[in-house]
Design a protein around this ligand. Structure first.
Ligand code: NAD
Length: 487
């Protein structure tokens, strides 16, 4: 059933894509996909099980063992990847429209994510051609060089926040390096993933190289992780799911890349440019509906400017425009799913007992239905509070004061997570020392969340295992065989 917000030409059903064909699940099972504004089912998607994963892995393995893709020279694969980037770019508006409808993300932000997806393909298309491998000589004695080889069938498991972009982040390097893939996208948001098949066919990707199986994590995702013919799993999602996957992959000693949850601090020192810091801290937790792994969801503010910061921040949070996802003026749309809405709202209630509510705190006015949460700000939050420690993954932020640099660092590091950190200060020495000491895979100094694709991406502690980005992605998706020759 479609609704007043539905884009034109929505698919009638969402299927798997295996060995170059759109197919239903072998047992015919489906699951319901909801529009986050109405919470009505707008389409049924094929619910993949072990048998469907087996079919997809067999196709991907055949394409790897017998097909041209792993044997092409990088330049040839690069051309296909550039064509993929061209197609994604040329359809960015349509992709954004569908993504925004399916996920509840504001349309302008969904458009940015679609363009980033194209950029991911373009970047890895260029990188694979520029790739140089090590060669070492011991004069007169020995020569050593490296053969870099694709590994096989890569299992890619992705979450529902910015689904299309995060899929591209794995598909780009996995394909550039000559692997074949089985993608299991998030069950809340399968719409945009179903578009890859047409894009890849048009770009000339050989049959069987890309396979897509929809379904629940505990069925399709689980079967992919446990399949013996899938030597690599790249996973993005919750830390708890990462732990389960880690355990299930252990008997097979699979290669794992894990991009997990976060509770990242934004640390604002008294000497910071407050106007810029406030703007960035608003963007850092309310963009993408707060459903952002690197969200600066704990703001630590030095005591001298604390009261001013809280007052101005709360006032600005109240001005953030909540609206329908397809409205170009919307800054916060609807959360992805009623289950996630319930989780975020439960934290809003917990927060009322743990901090001082200074903005939001429930449904925004004018939105009696749908998964809408007003941008919510709690001040004076103690470090042992659940809203300080636990990932909420919605438009909810905790603010905590500090006095000294040492205290700020201790507070910043006082969670199980270690994905990102944002530091605001005009003291250069302090900024670099803090960056070096904070337990975070990625640090932004006086900067919004912008990232060059060549840099490492990943977290420490419970936020992840391994890094992707630039050459690190190429390393993850390839075996590096060293060859030694005595001269
Ligand atoms: P999730 O862990 O619930 O699900 C992610 C994917 O894993 C989905 O496709 C799901 O079906 C699958 N899955 C679930 N159980 C599985 C199992 N037992 N075996 C195999 N697959 C399984 O995460 P989510 O709720 O979709 O996404 C939100 C989370 O993702 C947040 O914690 C967020 O921080 C994290 N995230 C991290 C990054 C990063 O780069 N570090 C980026 C985006 C999102």
């Amino acid at each position: 059933m479609t609704d007043a917000y539905a884009p034109a030409d929505l698919p009638e059903k969402i299927q798997h894509y295996i060995d170059g064909e759109f197919v239903d699940s072998l047992d015919g099972d489906t699951f319901e996909v909801l529009n986050p504004v109405t919470n009505e089912t707008y389409v049924l998607a094929a619910a993949g099980k072990k048998a469907d994963i087996e079919r997809a892995v067999a196709a991907a393995k055949r394409a790897f063992d017998e097909g041209p893709w792993p044997r092409m020279v990088p330049r040839e694969r690069s051309r296909v990847l550039h064509r993929i980037a061209d197609i994604v770019e040329s359809r960015d508006a349509r992709l954004a429209e569908l993504e925004s409808y399916d996920s509840g993300l504001p349309i302008t932000q969904a458009l940015g994510q679609a363009r980033r997806a194209a950029e991911n393909f373009r970047f890895f298309a260029d990188l694979i051609v520029a790739q140089a491998d090590d060669a070492f000589k011991v004069p007169g004695k020995q020569m050593n060089y490296v053969n870099r080889k694709p590994i096989g069938v890569a299992g890619l498991i992705t979450p529902w926040n910015t689904p299309f972009m995060l899929e591209s982040w794995k598909l780009g390097p996995a394909l550039a390096t000559g692997n074949t893939v089985v993608l299991k996208p998030a069950e809340f948001t399968p719409l945009s993933a179903s578009l890859w098949a047409g894009i890849f066919e048009e770009a000339g990707l050989p049959k069987g190289v890309f396979n897509l199986v929809n379904g629940l994590g505990e069925d399709a995702g689980d079967a992919l992780v446990k399949h013996p013919d899938v030597p690599l799993i790249s996973f993005t999602g919750e830390s708890r799911t990462g732990q389960i996957i880690f355990g299930n992959a252990a008997p097979f000693l699979k290669g794992l890349s894990m991009e997990l949850g976060g509770k990242s601090p934004a640390v604002v020192f008294a000497d910071a440019d407050l106007d810029t810091a406030i703007d960035a801290c608003i963007f850092g937790v309310f963009s993408l509906n707060g459903e952002r792994c690197t969200a600066g969801s704990r703001i630590l503010v030095q005591r001298e400017v604390y009261d001013e910061f809280v007052e101005r921040y709360a006032a600005q949070a109240k001005r953030v425009k909540v609206g329908l996802p397809h409205d170009p003026t919307t800054e916060v749309g609807a959360l992805v799913h009623p289950e996630h809405y319930d989780k975020v709202m439960s934290y809003v209630e917990i927060g009322k007992g743990e901090g001082r509510l200074v903005a939001g705190g429930g449904r925004p006015e004018g939105f009696p239905t749908g998964n809408y949460v007003a941008p919510t700000v709690f001040a004076d939050v103690a470090p042992d509070a659940r809203i300080f420690q636990e990932e909420i993954f919605g438009p909810v932020v905790a603010i905590t004061p500090f006095d000294t640099d040492e205290e700020a660092l201790a507070l910043a590091n006082n969670t199980r997570y270690g994905l990102a950190a944002y530091i605001w200060t005009n003291d250069l020495k302090r900024a670099h020392n803090f960056a070096g000491a904070v337990e975070a895979g990625m640090v932004w100094l006086n900067s919004n969340n912008v990232r060059d694709l060549r840099t490492p991406f990943g977290g420490v502690k419970a936020s992840g295992l391994g890094h992707e980005g630039g050459y690190r992605s190429i390393d993850f998706y390839t075996d590096q065989q060293s060859v030694h020759i005595t001269l």
